[in-house]
Design a protein around this ligand. Structure first.
Ligand SMILES: *Cc1c(COP(=O)(O)O)cnc(C)c1O
Length: 228
């Protein structure tokens, strides 16, 4: 249960953060592992972008929020092949397009459903073996094929610094993600126009915004620590 004082505190925090963050930056409230009532509280505070990591969890929450049709749902966690169809059905944005194979499957599902989900390429800007994502150095060779996946709207890059990265590495990740997007945009691709940068979580969103992020994905700083 969320008590009334807790709800007030969340609303105050969201209002305060919204003031700190430039208006052009989309604030995505990350509600993974949190109850659906937290989404309602965030909504009351003006949030319209919700980030979830798992398809099934999001679908269950959406079923309880049919009275809030103007929420934009963002998938930010790794997507398994067997959930691709449901992801396309239930999310307007997929930030975690992390392999060519997944991109092809998403494109096919989007074609079948006559949808055009907005997508970010998840890219590892520095080596980070445990993480999902394209290696930045592999991406240029994959652009011709990505450009042909015309049912997907490639809008940006999502990059996450390695665990325990120092401040310099964090800045390097964010700035190099911006430069990569700019480089891709200059490539003359008919179907790749990356106008968004999905950079920044609770611990590093200020650096991300300074580096040019247009979408920050915030959980802990809005709602406190998540239940395990
Ligand atoms: C959980 C998660 C977030 C939010 O993390 P916080 O540190 O709680 O803000 C952002 N992005 C991704 C990809 C996540 O998995």
């Amino acid at each position: 249960m969320t008590t009334a004082p807790q709800a007030e505190a969340i609303i105050d925090t969201i209002h305060r953060l919204r003031q700190q963050i430039p208006p052009a930056v989309t604030l995505i409230a990350v509600t993974k592992l949190l109850p659906v009532e937290v989404i309602r509280i965030a909504y009351d505070a003006g949030i319209r972008h919700i980030g979830e990591s798992r398809v099934q969890e999001a679908i269950a929450k959406q079923a309880q929020l049919t009275d809030l049709p103007d929420i934009t749902w963002h998938l930010i966690g790794h997507l398994q092949s067997n959930k691709v169809r449901k992801a396309v059905e239930h999310f307007q944005w997929i930030h975690s397009v992390d392999s060519l194979k997944l991109a092809r499957k998403l494109d096919q599902a989007a074609a079948e459903q006559q949808k055009q989900p907005q997508c970010c390429l998840q890219v590892k800007m520095v080596p980070d073996p445990p993480k999902y994502g394209f290696d930045a150095s592999d991406l240029p060779a994959l652009l011709p094929e990505l450009n042909q996946l015309t049912h997907l709207q490639f809008r940006g890059i999502m990059a996450i610094p390695p665990q325990a990265a120092d401040a310099d590495t964090i800045t390097q990740v964010f700035v190099s993600a911006r430069v990569l997007a700019e480089t891709i945009n200059q490539g003359g691709w008919s179907h790749l126009t990356l106008d968004q940068l999905s950079l920044g979580m609770s611990g590093d969103y200020q650096q991300a915004i300074a580096a040019g992020s247009t979408m920050v994905r915030l959980g802990t700083v809005l709602f406190g620590p998540r239940p395990q």
